[in-house]
Design a protein. Structure first.
Lengths: 169, 710
């Protein structure tokens, strides 16, 4: 069955007709040609497809496009303003926090969202004081909060300082 | 500073990855993301039995689905110029050789239709008995034709048994390693397009030229009629070297809908059946020593292979049983007058294994370096001192001198940085709030390989830039950046004046990204082309702008020193582990490696390669285990939820260092190769640290908590 949906991706509005079985990830990649979110497992196990979905990080492979009518989506491509990269993207380059680059857009979107979550005081299993208003992002917190994004090149030892530098401002 | 042949200015500089901006935005296009017109989508059918034959295939319901374009089966598949029994030779008969083998596919207008229609195809089989279990004493073990690195299966010198019988201290221990799957983050993907002119393939490949070279004879096509394009590769670690069946399936499917591009991306689950893996091994090591010096080393390996042969990557091994060269590092590591290595394989009803990062060295050095730790303790020596006492003057098997070998310096520098002298060698002697704490060391080695068949072209464009082209690959190694640095210094120009083109068979031929040989092979070709171009420019006099259009192509020269020296990278790896006393949980808060890898072309990307290798070694040590179900012949845990690879939270502090300097004989840059040395030895360092922490010697990877609860 086909359904018409409207999605705003990286600030641009798209109207398209999708199969009700189409995931948000496939709608972006195969229908709109937006290749920044990657498909690594299609099962929500690797995080390569992470996008900001109405402001929060989400695995777009686990979302059906038809269920996200009028959604606001931001990909790593949309974090940059053309050639002007987001501070998180600049920090990833500076710290060489990636190798093959396939998990990287998902890592970066996830990192940007994760900083907001910590700012809002959301605890993780690494958080010692669950009643604190804010969370100090030490390395252990960053590692825990970024463990939904797998990196087989294993750039973790560079991803953590790349994020920590942005977190410190 | 000068390298062997040139003044280095850009070589050795920590240049940011040249493709960094595209990768952080996600705009670098990988294979499945190449823009094509009116694509069709292929979803594979996989055998649900282990061995047997297809007796019936009903695709009526599938082809009746609106949007289905074709059903591919063995009845209508393109005939290949080879018969069954070879990994890429799928759909040539009704035979099934392993569970999950491709038996067909559905091509449709959308991926959703293709996948649903594939689920409607009914396949009936006649099953035969199967054997998928690796046993150390299986009846059908045999010596393979050759090992995957081209070396002999067996070597022998002196009298190992006599030395074992007479030595003061001996060790006889058996170690086993698990089946591991490469699992690059980018699943293998292909877009195949048949036109009147031939075949165009966008695919995830570590080497477009070698893929074309293997493919052309299978299809009976001139290589010139095939173009393979792969500018960006989302990791591979070996899985994107060989010609696997998924690419053939896409080629066959595209033939049924000629003119339309057919897209196939494997699912993560399918990756566990189709694209190779590191085979499980059972390794018996026997050591003999007198006065802390080894008198005998024997390393006997039994390992898994498949009844299905692979298209090999080395001359002479074009079609072979894949054989992991696990005992090969033992041939070069330590001095001993009596020595033996053997490899025996069991050809089982399983998918064919192929190479995975550090094939041979990675599982083999887990065993050897665990045994060295056990033997050091048995001799009452510090494990670093024991290794230093057994350092060879020349390569112990070939008798050749080393082009450079600084293992002892790596061990000493690593010990200093790690704080080794503070270690109490007594096992189970340190506790910290419910955790047992220990540390371990292991050595690393990887050969410096020059693969045949690379050429580079350099053209001066009208703007005065140097366009360097070579059909090489960057699967995340940083080759794109490092090769541009080499070109800049070899030409004596700024990095900004170099434009590098890779990943396309339309570019000059290049060897595959494997064996940590990229920089040696491609870099030597670029270096030679630059040398000739400079000679032309010098002969023509100054006036670069007048030189626009000038073009030089050069093949990689032979290394005149190749036969005179044994060439290897070395390293020393240190691990600190914490083992939870009540649960057996293992954490690795610190890994530290010091490497002897010759000249480092780009310290920034090189460090990442080494860190990544060490982390993958941690993952192998503690997590990775493809569990083969003996009843169904398939990996039971075939996805990322159940096949655990190291996550961010699994990695602690990881430090990678290297010794300054260059190797005078390996190549014009003086480099050795860094893609694999980082993973070799890590698992042993962790296993040795676990022993130090707990007093328990785990001889079977991965080290899971059940093995530590006594």
């Amino acid at each position: 069955m086909d359904v018409e949906v409207t999605l705003t991706v990286d600030g641009k509005k798209h109207q398209l007709v999708v199969d009700t079985r189409t995931t948000l990830l496939d709608a972006l990649r195969e229908r709109l040609g937006i290749i920044s979110p990657k498909k690594g497992c299609d099962h929500g196990q690797c995080g390569a497809c992470t996008v900001l979905l109405d402001g929060r990080r989400a695995n777009s492979c686990l979302a059906l496009a038809v269920a996200h009518q009028e959604a606001q989506i931001v990909t790593a491509g949309g974090l940059a303003d053309g050639e002007d990269l987001h501070p998180m993207q600049r920090s990833f380059i500076k710290h060489d926090a990636f190798q093959c680059g396939y998990c990287t857009p998902g890592q970066i979107v996830s990192a940007v969202a994760m900083l907001r979550e910590a700012d809002a005081g959301w605890p993780s299993t690494a958080t010692r004081d669950l009643n604190a208003d804010t969370v100090a992002l030490d390395d252990e917190e960053i590692r825990e909060r970024m463990s939904g994004n797998l990196c087989r090149c294993a750039a973790y030892a560079n991803i953590v300082p790349a994020i920590a530098e942005v977190a410190r401002g | 500073m000068t390298a062997v042949g040139i003044k280095t200015r850009v070589i050795g500089a920590p240049i940011d990855r040249l493709d960094g901006p595209d990768k952080v935005k996600g705009s670098a296009p990988y294979a499945f993301e190449q823009s094509v017109d009116r694509p069709a989508y292929l979803y594979p059918l996989q055998a649900t039995i282990v061995t047997g034959r297809i007796t019936g295939l009903d695709g009526g319901a599938a082809t009746a689905e609106p949007g289905v374009l074709a059903l591919l089966t063995h009845a209508n598949a393109l005939r290949l110029a080879v018969s069954d029994g070879l990994e890429p030779a799928i759909l040539q008969s009704d035979e099934v050789a392993f569970c999950g083998q491709f038996v067909g596919g559905v091509i449709a207008e959308t991926p959703e239709i293709a996948r649903h229609a594939a689920s409607l195809v009914r396949v009936e089989y006649e099953e035969r008995a199967h054997d998928v279990v690796l046993r150390p004493d299986g009846p059908d073990l045999f010596a393979p034709e050759g090992l995957a690195d081209g070396s002999e299966p067996d070597t022998s010198r002196g009298d190992v048994d006599a030395a074992l019988a007479s030595a003061a201290v001996t060790l006889d221990a058996t170690y086993s390693t698990a089946m591991n799957h490469n699992n690059p983050m980018e699943p293998h993907a292909t877009i195949a397009i048949w036109t009147d002119g031939g075949l165009t393939l966008h695919c995830a490949s570590q080497g477009v030229h070698w893929i074309r070279a293997y493919l052309a004879p299978l299809l009976g096509l001139d290589a010139e009629r095939i173009r393979v394009i792969s500018p960006y590769v989302g990791g591979g670690f070996g899985s994107k070297v060989y010609l696997h069946a998924d690419l053939i399936l896409a080629v066959m499917a595209a033939r049924l809908v000629a003119g339309r591009p057919v897209k196939l991306a494997l699912t993560r689950q399918q990756m566990f059946f189709q694209v190779g893996y590191r085979p499980p091994t059972i390794q018996r090591i026997r050591l003999a020593a007198d006065g802390g010096r080894l008198t005998a080393i024997a390393h006997d390996v039994v390992e898994q292979t498949s009844k299905v042969k692979v298209v090999g990557v080395l001359p002479g091994l074009e079609v072979c049983h894949y054989a992991e060269p696990a005992a090969v590092p033992t041939r070069t590591m330590y001095a001993a007058p009596n020595r033996r290595t053997t490899h025996r394989v069991a050809a089982l009803d399983v998918p064919p294994p192929t190479i995975m990062r550090g094939p041979g060295e990675t599982p083999g050095m887990y065993a050897l370096e665990s045994a060295m730790d056990e033997m050091a303790i048995a001799c009452g020596l510090d494990p670093i001192e024991f290794r230093i006492r057994n350092e060879p003057d020349v390569d112990p098997e070939s008798g050749l001198p080393y082009s450079s070998r600084h293992l002892v310096a790596c061990l000493r520098e690593g010990a200093r940085r790690f704080g080794w002298e503070r270690r109490d060698p007594t096992p189970r002697s340190r506790r910290d709030r419910g955790w047992l704490v220990g540390s371990g060391v292991a050595a690393s080695t990887f050969p410096t390989v020059r693969l045949p068949g690379s050429a580079a072209k350099i053209r001066i464009d009208p703007g005065g830039r140097y366009v360097v082209s070579i059909g090489a690959a960057d699967m995340g190694t940083g080759a794109r950046t490092a090769l541009a640095q080499i070109a800049a210094d070899a030409l004596g120009v700024a990095l900004e004046d170099v434009e590098l083109q890779i990943g396309d068979t339309a570019l000059p031929t290049a060897s595959t990204a494997g064996a940590s040989a990229g920089i040696t092979s491609w870099g030597s070709a670029i270096f030679e082309a630059a040398r000739r171009l400079r000679a032309r420019l010098d002969a023509d006099g100054p006036g670069l702008m007048q030189s626009a259009g000038l073009e030089v192509t050069a093949e990689m020269p032979d290394n005149p020193h190749a036969a005179r020296f044994s060439m290897h990278a070395f390293g020393a790896q240190f691990a600190e582990v914490r083992v939870r006393e009540d649960t057996g949980e293992v954490r690795v808060p610190r890994l530290l490696g010091v490497f002897d890898a010759g000249r480092i072309i780009n310290p920034k990307t090189a460090r990442s390669q080494l860190l990544g290798g060490m982390t993958m070694g941690l993952s192998m040590a503690l997590h990775e285990d493809s569990v083969l179900d003996p009843r169904f012949g398939q990996v039971a845990n075939h996805d990322f939820a159940e096949y655990h690879i190291a996550t961010n939270a699994d990695a602690g502090a990881i430090e990678a260092y290297w010794l300054d300097g260059e190797d005078p004989y390996t190549n014009p840059m003086g480099s050795k190769g860094i893609g694999e040395i980082g993973i070799v030895g890590t698992a042993a360092a962790i296993a040795n640290a676990v022993h130090h922490a707990t007093g328990i010697r785990v001889r079977d990877l991965p080290i899971t908590l059940d093995k530590l609860l006594r």
